[in-house]
Design a protein around this ligand. Structure first.
Ligand SMILES: Cc1cc2nc3c(=O)[nH]c(=O)nc-3n(C[C@H](O)[C@H](O)[C@H](O)COP(=O)(O)OP(=O)(O)OC[C@H]3O[C@@H](n4cnc5c(N)ncnc54)[C@H](O)[C@@H]3O)c2cc1C
Length: 652
């Protein structure tokens, strides 16, 4: 199979998933997402190919960074950015006051930090993704609030969608403002719209002359919304009739905050990221010119999903910075703190954590940097790699922050402010834990990332066999599709058993070559197991979230190993310490392979069905005697959230 999963096969994906038996809401959510996803794979995918038993090693080795990628202006910017953060930004003060001083925002604007990737012709720095990623790593190692400010503006705010989809006129109108430091934000979420845009209620109706749209509705949790001058707003535009059916349309508008009818009604506050300028924004008869639509009417969700394919890379980059800071703190404390006759780093339980933290950092860094380099090359599709980096990076960061707090002990739980006030070293790990917990929730929660990755992983199979098993289609069409599918699988399946045809490992250290061969071999096992599950479960596989999560888990580990090996060889070639580099990769691969074994075991034997049944009973108030004796009640905003029948169910 091609490393482009859809190869030249048909691009109409509308019939590849059988929505029979799904609830109306689920079918609507799925149909909207399907209509908005990039069905066409213009470029090959490395990580996507792993799910089909392919190992296109040459896409990532030799490491795709080119000597010309080094940019003196970029290096200079990073130096200044680092110095500015260190000298002019006090992250604990920002956390304590819940405000980023204007001087910091102005200083960042002067440095060009609001337009890192915006081309110079539009007033930005015009740097490559690699430099943007490294800047995000620096910010993430120091101040979550500044990271979020810059990222919401550049990764999901106005610049990224305009760079990818904007017309020349739109770029000229808006990008210079963004580059100069006019803050932008992205407004998709609503009360009823979290992970499900099909529930969107904000509308944009065309005026009679068709020259304008009038937006009405309310957006929730809009990061930067308090300070923003420009917003990307997602709204429902009139439905289209396709194949005799009404199909919902979502469009993306650039909205100037000064337009009459735009009103910030509330500043949201959170357990962490205390200085996030996050807003509820109301739109009342907000008149926006048609020329402010990005990528055309009805293309809004596609804009959002495609923008996030690259945009969400900022998150693992921030995470890499956060993990670096954790390791520095943990190393310092584990070397200095003596208990039971030794520094705590000499005790096995602490050493084990440090080893895992360090080798995981190497892998998440490798995945994120490799994917960023691939973005710059523009020769591969990185949607799967970016989602894997986001999912693994954000989950690893949560674990690593917990481990760092455990290593630092009671001081880890104490606030930096309190530590400093009594003369102790102000470890900011308590703040780090609060600031980073959100990473597995926003910009695609971990659960949604697994669904997204499963969908993309299954794409070649759905294209090959989806129509054949879709009970909504006429029998004749299904039979024709089945014949075609048989033709595909008769050659594809036997290949998944072939022991030879491994990747060329020339130019690789022996220790790395061994891991690379493992990835190639295991990708074939992954492909076989996925195929067997498809045969066993048919269209039901789509509903088996936990099982699919295990396939996604294996694929993600394999990408992490491959990325680590490619990057390790590159770093060694560049003069990094060989033994140290190999030791990090070796430890990561050993841990990763244990997880892969665990996933495969779970695919064979698991408690998924039993757990699902138990959860449904609990949801139906079963075994409520178990949770009877509690006191607290969570006050629920009347009319906003449906109160459970028994309020004690939501007590903390
Ligand atoms: C600090 C912060 C900043 C934010 N910034 C922005 C922003 O700038 N712009 C913006 O538009 N939004 C923003 N958001 C919204 C954010 O993207 C959403 O919180 C996120 O999409 C999840 O939505 P939700 O919280 O409503 O959870 P829900 O969608 O209600 O999900 C609740 C839980 O159910 C899971 N779940 C949902 N659907 C499924 C499914 N099909 N299968 C399995 N599990 C599922 C989720 O993973 C989650 O664990 C922000 C949120 C926060 C808290």
């Amino acid at each position: 199979m091609s490393t482009k999963p859809n190869g030249s096969q048909h691009e109409d994906d509308s019939n590849v998933i059988d929505t029979t038996g799904m609830s109306e809401g689920k079918a609507a959510a799925l149909e909207l997402t399907e209509a908005s996803r990039e069905g066409h794979w213009e470029y090959p995918t490395f990580a996507g190919a792993l799910f089909m038993g392919e190992f296109p090693w040459k896409l990532i080795h030799p490491y795709p960074q080119k000597p010309g990628d080094r940019d003196e202006r970029g290096e200079e910017f990073l130096k200044k950015f680092q110095a500015f953060l260190r000298e002019s930004v006090d992250p604990d003060e920002i956390d304590r006051t819940g405000e980023i001083p204007d001087s910091v925002i102005e200083g960042l604007a002067e440095l060009g930090a609001f337009g890192i990737k915006i081309p110079q012709e539009y007033g930005g720095l015009g740097l490559k993704q690699q430099y943007y990623t490294r800047a995000a790593m620096l910010a993430g190692s120091y101040c979550g609030n500044v990271s979020a400010l810059l990222s919401a503006h550049q990764s999901i705010g106005v610049p990224q969608p305009l760079l990818q989809f904007g017309t020349e006129e739109q770029k000229r109108r808006f990008l210079p403002r963004c580059a100069a430091g006019e803050i932008s934000a992205f407004a998709l979420t609503e009360d009823g719209v979290g992970s499900d845009p099909a529930r969107m209620e904000t509308t944009a109706d065309p005026t009679e002359d068709g020259e304008h749209f009038v937006i009405n509705g309310s957006k929730l949790w809009c990061t930067n919304g308090i300070k923003a001058k420009l917003l990307v707003v997602m709204a429902k535009t009139p439905p289209k009739i396709k194949r005799g059916r009404e199909v919902n349309q979502i469009s993306a508008f650039v909205v100037d905050v000064d337009t009459p009818g735009v009103k910030v009604t509330h500043r949201c506050r959170f357990m962490g990221l205390k200085a996030l300028y996050n807003a509820v924004i109301e739109f009342k008869d907000v008149k926006v010119p048609r020329s402010n639509i990005i990528a055309g009417e009805g293309k809004g969700l596609r804009v959002a999903l495609t923008t996030l394919n690259i945009g969400r890379l900022t998150l693992p980059a921030n995470c890499v910075g956060g993990i670096r800071a954790c390791i520095n703190m943990a190393r310092q404390w584990a070397n200095q703190r003596e208990q039971w006759g030794a520094t705590i780093g000499k005790h096995g339980a602490i050493a084990d954590k440090l080893a895992r933290m360090s080798s995981t950092l190497f892998a998440v860094d490798a995945m994120t940097m490799l994917t960023s380099v691939l973005v710059d090359r523009k020769e591969t599709d990185i949607r799967i790699e970016a989602a894997m980096s986001k999912m693994m990076g954000s989950e690893a960061t949560v674990d690593i922050i917990y481990d760092t707090m455990q290593i630092i002990g009671g001081r880890g739980f104490e606030t930096a402010h309190s530590l400093a006030a009594r003369g102790d070293y102000p470890f900011p790990i308590e703040r780090g834990m609060r600031d980073n917990r959100i990473n597995t929730i926003f910009e695609g929660s971990s659960e949604i990332m697994r669904l997204f990755l499963a969908r993309e992983a299954m794409d070649p199979h759905l294209k090959a066999a989806g129509e054949a098993v879709n009970t909504k289609l006429p029998m004749g069409r299904r039979l024709k599709a089945a014949m075609k599918a048989a033709g595909f699988y008769v050659t594809w399946y036997p290949k998944q058993w072939l022991p030879f045809g491994g990747p060329s490992t020339s130019g690789l250290e022996a220790g790395l070559a061994k891991q690379v061969r493992y990835v190639a071999k295991t990708s074939r096992k992954l492909a076989r197991r996925m195929f067997h599950a498809m045969l066993r479960l048919g269209p039901r596989l789509e509903r088996e979230q936990i099982l699919l999560g295990r396939f996604v888990g294996v694929g993600t580990e394999l990408f992490a190993i491959a990325a680590s090996c490619a990057r390790a060889q590159h770093l060694i070639n560049q003069g990094k310490d060989r033994a140290e580099t190999l030791a990090l990769v070796d430890h990561f691969c050993r841990e990763s392979r244990l997880r892969v074994d665990e996933f495969f075991r779970g695919i064979r034997k698991n408690n998924d069905a039993v757990g699902y049944k138990l959860a449904q009973n609990i949801l139906g108030n079963g075994a409520s005697w178990m949770t009877d004796e509690v006191i607290g009640e969570t006050p629920l905003a009347k009319g906003k959230v449906k109160a459970p029948e028994d309020p004690q169910m939501v007590a903390f």
